[in-house]
Design a protein around this ligand. Structure first.
Ligand SMILES: Cc1ncc(COP(=O)(O)O)c(C=O)c1O
Length: 384
């Protein structure tokens, strides 16, 4: 096993998390109870959303969101290909078709609004955006397009926990926002996820969908509020458990300070790395890097190597120095499974494909020190 000197990502876990987990065990109630309700209420308040529904993971959140909006066979959903595969898989779970739109450019790895416009057809039902690295997409323009064509908007806000767009939290900018609390996210519960919405109708549908379409939960029956249940929809088991909900509450309390830390580390990276010729720094000029109106969550620190540079050599050299780097992401439309079903030729999304070839994600997490950033920057500069 490699001994990393600087890891890509690390969760900020301490005695508070251990105590919260132990407290749940003492209650002897392990799933969908008081801890889940409190986590949902706190998360909704934090986001400024009317409703928050906790689920098993971010993929479940994305699936439920598309399902609750009634997306089905024959429908098209416009989404990015420079994302984790779950964004597009959620569309396929509903037997709808993901239609991939290219990214804005090398300075902004979010979906391009111009590309969205070009992909709209009579079958388009929804635009699913993903705030890459925690930098908000151009939501005003996206809403304008959605409004003109009567489309729903889903946010994959898995990278953007705590990010803000003109005073509103990411996740509350569309019809439904989806979050993941996977171990490398800004708020971690191991596995875990959340949906947020302002629509009472959608919230009700999502709640039912999370638990087999059942009208009452074991918790209600345990509390003596109900003795039986009906099944009113074909739902899933996407429930979260109490241990994760308790962890989530503690993590939510740390989120803002940890996001500030990520922001400071990001600025330090940017200041060092902008000196290196040939290296491109996506988002360095994005409003969320500096302005008051937009605030990033600084989930990832992506760089683009010079076009002709051999990425595998770079990664190998980083590894030799004990620095863990990664790639976000191989483009979804070029995965074997997607090729088999949709035959997207190479070159269909030229910017996405070039970014995917040149991108390297450098370590970024709240336990890193400024000296770690300097160490990584020195290594990058030497290697390049
Ligand atoms: C952009 C994005 N979407 C969706 C997911 C899926 O979340 P999960 O792993 O919790 O299912 C992730 C995280 O892994 C992600 O980064």
């Amino acid at each position: 096993m490699t001994e990393w000197r600087v890891t890509l990502s690390e969760p900020d876990l301490g005695p508070e998390e251990s105590q919260a987990v132990a407290a749940v065990l003492r209650t002897r109630w392990l799933t969908m109870g008081a801890a889940t309700q409190t986590f949902e209420a706190k998360f909704a308040e934090f986001c400024g959303a009317k409703y928050a529904i906790a689920v098993a993971n971010g993929t479940a959140a994305l699936h439920l969101a598309h399902w609750a909006l009634g997306i089905g066979p024959g429908d098209e959903v416009i989404c990015p290909a420079l994302t984790f595969v779950a964004t597009a898989n959620a569309v396929l779970y509903c037997r709808a078709t993901p239609v991939f739109a290219d990214v804005s450019g090398f300075d902004n790895l979010n979906i391009s609004t111009e590309a969205i416009r070009q992909k709209i057809s009579s079958r388009t039902r929804c635009i699913t955006v993903m705030h890459y690295g925690g930098y908000p997409c151009e939501m005003q323009a996206i809403h304008k397009i959605a409004g003109e064509h009567g489309l729903a908007v889903i946010e994959d806000a898995c990278h953007a926990i705590g990010a803000e767009y003109h005073g509103k939290k990411c996740g509350t900018l569309g019809d439904i926002g989806c979050f993941s609390f996977f171990s490398n996210k800004n708020l971690v519960t191991g596995e875990g996820g959340m949906l947020v919405t302002d629509s009472a109708e959608l919230a009700q549908k999502l709640r039912l969908g999370r638990s087999h379409g059942m009208t009452t939960m074991s918790w209600d029956r345990h509390q003596g509020h109900a003795s039986s249940y009906d099944v009113v929809d074909l739902g899933f088991n996407y429930r979260i458990d109490e241990i994760r909900a308790a962890l989530g509450q503690v993590q939510l309390g740390k989120l803002e300070a940890n996001n500030r830390r990520r922001r400071e580390l990001t600025r330090r990276y940017q200041n060092h790395l902008r000196q290196i010729p040939g290296l491109e720094l996506p988002f360095v000029n994005h409003a969320a890097s500096g302005s008051k109106a937009l605030l990033g969550a600084f989930h990832l620190f992506p760089i683009l190597l010079p076009p002709a540079y051999e990425r595998s050599c770079f990664m190998e050299e980083m590894k030799r120095r004990g620095i863990q780097a990664s790639v976000h992401y191989p483009p979804v439309h070029r995965f074997q499974y997607y090729q088999k079903h949709f035959q997207h030729a190479a070159g269909t999304l030229p910017l996405t494909e070039e970014v995917s070839r040149r991108e390297v994600t450098l370590p970024l997490h709240p336990l890193m020190t400024p000296e770690d950033v300097d160490f990584v920057c020195h290594a990058v500069s030497e290697i390049i």
